[in-house]
Design a protein around this ligand. Structure first.
Ligand SMILES: Cc1cc2nc3c(=O)[nH]c(=O)nc-3n(C[C@H](O)[C@H](O)[C@H](O)COP(=O)(O)OP(=O)(O)OC[C@H]3O[C@@H](n4cnc5c(N)ncnc54)[C@H](O)[C@@H]3O)c2cc1C
Length: 784
């Protein structure tokens, strides 16, 4: 029994934690920062004020994670971010294809708990900052009401990933809140005061159909006069969760200190909307429906943005400017909302895309005046306009990973965050690339990777000479294009298969993406037409010859665009392969894609068409026969000729791709792809002498083009159809030294407790399916 005498005052229990890095905020940016840092070997304390991780993506708020893939609705191909965030999303895809927010929570908690280097404090809010000098934080104080404990958290480095910037604010870091003027950075999209300078908070609800009539009596605080919400005529009783993003309010208030007030207003709106749906008589389909969940804390879009040594601007995004210290990338549209939110007459959002993904410089990721403070998530150094794009969670998480790795390097080399922005940033970039983080325009050069000294041979190599006409036949109600990776030189001769309802003329355009050397090599916006063919069709099924007579001066993807003609049906193929994709000039209003982006006034964004893939199970390749082009016989590249009588075709899928420093398709497939009929796809690395190998890194194709929204969106499969699930690794004695079945992740790290001594490694892959050849994006081997 505990019995204490009456006393004047008591103190709470205080527990002290020390580490190399304290990460404040367990949203996706904080989680990915902490995991990356912990895996890089430093001790991390992750402090989160909520009972679960994920911030706005958690079951408490239920936003789906988006990033550069943009619901597959813009021209960013193979643009999922990579690294830890990808591992999380792919895990969620595997375990949770229904998008259950509670299952998603468990994945995040598990990922963090598996890291021995992370001390996780849940339900613990940081509330105070102690400094040892004007520019140096020495300690944070936090409080957990669940266990009545205060914490002292000390470390040489801190990362503020708290959304509102609780640490940076108290430490005195320079910040901004609201919008910059058009003049300050020359941003033509900067909003007027009338539009508003801050994005508001939102609250969502989920509903369910109980199968019997359900009454709804609204709480007294529900909004009565629904006409205050201009959207009320367009309500849809079936919308729930993220589809209610337009329930937004607070952009004219202080989005930090007025948050509770904003929440009450949002509750008022939520219950008012539901009352209208249930009781207005306009929605008979809602008779048996009830509210299943209503958000208790609002999702916060915007508050403070802290200043780093560089501020990301509209120009960086639209012009896709390159930066020597690029460590992450974004690709969501610049997405601003009217400050009056749900009460505004204006559209709920105003989104403008760039032609491709853009780099995010490291100098945006630390405070310019607090020497040991990193910034991650929505508070990074960006203008209000640039924040409109960089704030989404896929991008925030990617930025968090860059910070986690930067903190590890700072710890190892005793550097401040700013020190790392100079020449050492190259090491940061390389370490990030090794961890699976994609940085557009950068390739991995790892001198310790033994793969570079090996001879690579493969049992077969996919030759793209035939996408057989064994898929669906679909009317050309929208223009459709097949993306083909090509080397420099003549365009191959293509044959397509169509069925015409009547005599008609089909227009086929050969296009490519504008690409100035060094600027936008990874873009996939088909904005340059190389040649247009018009083909007269007779009624019925027929082959269409496409003798393009042009030449490519650089290796890249071309788009064979079959222009819309409702009298024509285009034959598709059942075959899918890594780096081979079809796209369509269709609309996707969810991301303001109306087929073509065409600003009506000069707001500093570009005009271009959207050509985007269809989601599986649709989205087949266009059936094509691919034969030598007109300019020279065959399109074999020097050094890649094959003996024998193999049919010519596109030969860009050779084994050398696994060590070219790129782990996803960019302007080329960057993958070794085996022949579809190869009974035992095998890649062999041979060294002139025995090697000592203790670690092998493999990267498989989890389809970086496919967006992996965490909630609501259902996925037709649980594993990427391109992903090799079963493989075996053998040594030079043909002994199995590793075997994996049921793989679904991109990155596989194989560690040998006792290093393997061998002069060769042979990797046997199982072909994923009868229509998808096996592929491998990267192999790396290490002695340590
Ligand atoms: C309604 C809405 C719709 C949006 N739509 C999308 C979308 O569809 N897809 C998308 O990707 N993004 C979307 N966004 C943007 C995105 O959710 C945010 O920009 C993103 O969550 C920012 O990530 P973050 O890690 O910085 O912050 P958060 O996700 O907010 O995470 C910060 C975490 O820090 C914690 N924290 C705060 N203070 C403290 C403290 N003192 N101590 C300890 N912990 C603290 C918070 O509880 C929170 O868990 C939307 C935002 C809103 C509000």
């Amino acid at each position: 029994m505990i019995r204490e005498q009456a006393t004047d005052k008591r103190n709470l229990r205080t527990v002290r934690h020390e580490g190399d890095l304290i990460v404040v905020g367990g949203g996706l940016s904080g989680v990915c920062c902490a995991i990356t840092a912990a895996r890089a070997g430093i001790r991390v304390v992750l402090v989160q004020d909520r009972p679960v991780l994920g911030g706005n993506s958690s079951s408490e708020v239920r936003l789906w994670v988006l990033g550069a893939t943009s619901h597959m609705g813009n021209n960013n191909r193979w643009a999922r971010e990579g690294g830890v965030i990808d591992e999380i999303l792919v895990e969620n895809w595997y375990r949770n294809p229904e998008g259950n927010p509670l299952i998603y929570d468990t994945i995040l908690l598990e990922k963090v708990m598996q890291e021995a280097n992370i001390t996780l404090l849940l339900n613990t809010a940081v509330y105070d900052v102690e400094k040892s000098a004007t520019d140096t934080i020495s300690l944070l104080r936090a409080f957990c009401a669940q266990n009545s404990t205060t914490y002292e958290l000390a470390a040489p480095l801190f990362c503020d990933a708290s959304g509102d910037g609780i640490v940076a604010f108290q430490a005195g870091a320079a910040f901004r809140m609201g919008a910059e003027s058009k003049e300050e950075f020359g941003e033509k999209f900067a909003p007027s005061a009338d539009y508003g300078e801050l994005l508001g908070h939102s609250l969502y609800f989920y509903t369910k159909d109980t199968g019997r009539p359900v009454r709804f009596v609204p709480p007294a605080y529900a909004l009565n006069d629904i006409t205050q919400i201009p959207r009320y005529r367009r309500f849809n009783a079936k919308e729930y969760g993220c589809q209610l993003w337009w329930i937004e309010y607070g952009g004219r208030l202080d989005t930090v200190h007025d948050t509770e007030r904003i929440k009450w207003e949002l509750w008022k709106v939520v219950y008012g909307v539901w009352n209208y749906i249930k009781n207005s008589g306009q929605f008979p389909e809602a008779e048996t429906m009830t509210l299943e969940w209503v958000g208790q804390i609002p999702g916060k879009r915007e508050s403070r943005r802290f200043e780093g040594d560089y501020m990301l601007t509209q120009h960086d995004i639209v012009e896709q400017r390159t930066h020597p210290d690029a460590v992450a990338f974004g690709g969501w549209s610049i997405d601003l909302h009217p400050a009056d939110g749900v009460f505004s007459e204006k559209p709920g959002c105003n989104q403008w895309h760039s032609k491709g993904i853009y780099q995010i410089p490291y100098r945006c990721l630390y405070s310019r005046n607090i020497s040991n403070l990193f910034l991650a998530g929505r508070i990074i150094s960006a203008t209000h306009v640039a924040f409109g794009s960089s704030r989404v969670m896929g991008t925030s998480a990617h930025v968090g990973q860059a910070v986690g790795m930067a903190a590890a390097l700072c710890t190892r080399d005793k550097l401040t965050p700013r020190d790392l922005a100079g020449p050492p940033v190259r090491s940061l970039q390389q370490e990030l690339l090794k961890s699976g983080q994609h940085i557009p325009g950068l390739t991995l050069h790892d001198p310790n990777d033994l793969t570079h000294a090996a001879t690579l041979t493969a049992s077969s190599e996919f030759v793209l000479n035939n996408l057989p006409p064994d898929g669906p036949l679909q009317p050309l109600t929208d223009s459709a294009a097949q993306m083909l990776p090509l080397p420099t030189g003549a365009i191959p001769h293509l044959t397509a298969f169509v069925t015409a309802e009547a005599e008609t003329t089909l227009t086929v355009e050969l296009r490519r993406s504008e690409s100035r050397p060094g600027s936008k090599p990874h873009n996939h916006t088909p904005d340059i037409t190389l040649q247009t063919l018009t083909v007269e069709l007779r009624k019925g099924r027929q082959e269409v010859q496409l003798p393009f007579g042009v030449s490519l001066d650089e290796a890249q993807y071309v788009f064979v665009c079959f222009m819309k003609n409702p009298l024509v049906s285009l034959q598709y193929s059942a075959m899918r392969a890594t780096g081979v994709l079809s796209v369509f000039n269709k609309t996707n209003p969810a991301v303001s894609n109306y087929g073509k982006q065409e600003p009506t006034e000069d707001i500093g964004v570009e005009t271009f068409e959207f050509w985007c893939p269809d989601r599986r199970p649709k989205g087949h390749n266009v059936a094509l026969r691919i034969e030598p082009g007109n300019e020279r016989p065959g399109n074999e590249r020097p050094g890649n000729e094959r003996p024998g009588n193999e049919r010519p075709g596109i030969r860009l899928f050779g084994p050398e791709n696994v060590r070219n420093g790129l782990q996803r398709p960019t302007n080329q497939p960057n993958a070794w792809v085996a022949g579809l009929t190869d009974p035992n796809p095998t890649l062999t690395l041979t060294w002139p002498a025995k090697q000592r190998i203790s670690r092998v890194e493999l990267s498989f194709d989890t389809d970086f083009d496919h967006p992996l929204e965490t909630v609501i969106m259902l996925n037709p499969e649980t594993v990427s159809p391109f992903c090799v699930q079963d493989y075996v690794l053998c040594n030079d004695q043909k002994e199995r030294i590793y075997e994996k079945t049921g793989n679904y992740q991109a990155r596989n790290t194989i560690r040998f407790e006792t290093p393997v001594q061998t002069s060769s490694l042979t990797l046997h892959l199982k072909t994923p399916s009868g229509t998808v050849p096996a592929s491998l994006l990267e192999v790396r081997c290490y002695e340590e």
